[in-house]
Each structure stands twice: as C-alpha cells, then as structure tokens.
Design a protein around this ligand. Sequence first.
Ligand code: PAD
Ligand code: ZN
Length: 368
Amino acid sequence: MTKAAVYATLQQPLEIMELNLMDPQVGEVRIALGASGVCHSDLSVINGTLPIPPPAVLGHEGAGTVVAIGAGVTNVKVGDHVVISWVPQCGTCYTCSRDQGELCETGATASMFGTMLDYTSRFSMKDGTAVAQMSAAGTFSEETVVPAISCVKIPDDVPFQIAALIGCGVLTGFGAAVNTANIREGDNVVVVGAGGVGLNTIQGAKHKGAGKIIAVDMVDGKLETAASVGATHTINASNGDAIEQVMALTDGRGADVAFEVIGFPATIRQSFDMTRKGGETVIVGVPRLDQTMEFNPGMDFVIAEKTLKGCWYGGANVHRDVPMLISQYKNGSLKLDELISREIKLEDVNAAMDEMHGGHIARSVIVY
Ligand code: PAD
Ligand code: ZN
C-alpha cells in the first residue's frame, strides 16, 4: 500500500487515499519518492485543460530512491537516486535517434495515457479499480512504479527537492530556450509568464547569451524572482500595454525570440505580436486542447517571416540533459534553490494548487 493524492472528479480537490501498488514488472522500477514539485500541468488535469480520465494519481515532477527493480532492468539498481522523466525515453526509436526524445515513440503514448508501456497502470484502489498515473509517473504518492527508461540516475548529494524540479519545470523551461528555440548571442528575448517553468526559460536564455531578457507577468513577486534569476527587464502586464512596452525596449522592432509560458490563446497572440519580423515565437504553455487560433498566413508568416513553434518537455533528451543541468546547478550557474518557494506535505497539495495563481509561489515542493 502507498499513500497518494488521487484525481477522482473533475474540478474537485485531490483525495488522499491508500492505494495498492503492484511490484515492478519487466523493465520497470519501484521508487520511494523523495520529493515532487507541484506544476501547473497538475492543475490543468483537474480543471480539464489536460484531459486524463480519472481516477489518476497526479504528479509528474519527481525524484526518489529506487527500492525495487523488475526483470531486465540494467540502467539503475536498488538504492540509486533518480529523477523521473515524465516522458519515458528509450534512446533508440525513430524520434529518439533524431534528437527528439520528448516525442519518444516507445514512451510518449503511455505518458499521455497515464500508464506503463503496456498501457496498464500499477496503482489500484482497495476494490480493485485501476488508477492511472499521470505521465507514466504519478509522483503525488509515497511510492510509485515507472518504466526504467523514465529513470535518470543522479548523484546522491543532490537534494531531492532540487532533483524533482529538474524533472519538469527546469527541463521544460530551460530546454525551451536551449533546445527548442534558436537564441543567438545578444538576442532580445521575452518570456511571457514567469512561473515555475518560465523562470527556467529565463535561465536558459541567459545561458545562451541573450542580450535583453524581458520577463512579463502580472504578479510583482514573480517578476522579482525573474530578475533574481536573470531577467534584465520586467513588465507587469496589468500596468499598461505589454506589447508596447516590449516594443519600446527593442527599438520598436520586437523581440528576436518570444516564449509563451502560460497556456492562453490571448497570451500566445501577445507573444507572437511581441516577436520581430523574422523572429521566433515558442509556445510552452499548454492551452485547453479544444482551443483554436487564427493567423494571417500571408502577413504573419510569409511576409513577416515569423516562426511559431511548440515546445514539448523542453525538447529534452533527459538522459543527456538531466546530468548537464545538475552540473550547472552544482557550479552555481543554474539557480534552483531560489525556485523552491516552500516545502509541503502530500496532504497540503490542494492548497498548493489553489495558491499557484497568487503571490510569490514559484514552486511548492512536496517532501516525503
Ligand atoms: P505557473 O502557474 O507557475 O506560472 C504561470 C505564470 O503566468 C504565473 O507566474 C502567472 O502569474 C502568470 N500569468 C498568468 N496569466 C498571465 C497573463 N495574462 N499575463 C502575464 N502573466 C500571466 O505555471 P507553470 O510555470 O508551472 O506552467 C506554465 C505553463 O506551462 C502551463 O500551461 C503548464 O501546463 C505548461 C507546461 N508545459 C510543459 C510542456 O512540455 N510544454 C511542461 C510543463 C508545464
Ligand atoms: Zn510539469
């Protein structure tokens, strides 16, 4: 048995309950979670933006200790500390071998379904009802079982709270700037939405040698954190027209690269309109899957030569990027302690989601 936070009903708080957890099967690993971040995507499941059928153990940003391995597992052993990737990445399929591990043909579908690679889940209720696990992970639980190819071994001296953040917010945000976008040295960059993910996009832009890094948010506390991790300019979008303010900071031209890290069509449009001719807009925020937008292909894309692209999981190869991010954290160039606003217990997860919109909370992290 393990204690977990279960998404049972749309728009309702998660329910803390004891679940059965099967032993790891072939190619699977059982993990005692050390920590799990609370990401906006978890909230997006509850409010219907990301449609995962309930019941499901949420949580996809986690790290912990391997407590058991199934047959055939060779990449980790009992006692290893690991970051859990929310897309299992095999490293050998068509997309993995083209450096698009985030779209791994072996793991991505199971991740969307919230199952293991055989499309069944390892969690169940006392009455036997199967319980899915978000992103083949389910880190809002004391223990979970994940595919071995979701595990990236990390050094024992990295705190689980930090490792957990790397598992989603950092890989996604930093990767959007470093892997997905094409930021050249001195480029002016805008990041719209300076939450747990966007703050890492700011750090990725800094790593790429961007010139101006302009953070846009509606909460002053978020903008203060943005400045502390590398934003050179901040704009509170509730004070005046944010597009005009970006234009004023970029000689009336717009940014070379703009990132939308919220997930609304209106802010995607805003980010696109903040992008200069010939520039690039990257959508990282996940809008409701039934939402559509209109563009003028001639004006927006042909004549203005703009590029609009999506970013899934920071375009990350987790087996390459997790060790790289850990070494940057260790040498002080990647600021992660600053992103942990507070540590909470599993039972406090609903309050953490409610508070995602307010104040200074960059990330709440559950510590087990
Ligand atoms: P968050 O809630 O920590 O941050 C969102 C930020 O946007 C907050 O700081 C808000 O204050 C700010 N904001 C909200 N509305 C506006 C507005 N109109 N103008 C300016 N700022 C605003 O969320 P997060 O950082 O955890 O996640 C952000 C998005 O990224 C969310 O849609 C999540 O689902 C998505 C995500 N995508 C991937 C991916 O692979 N593409 C991975 C992880 C998360
Ligand atoms: Zn996430």
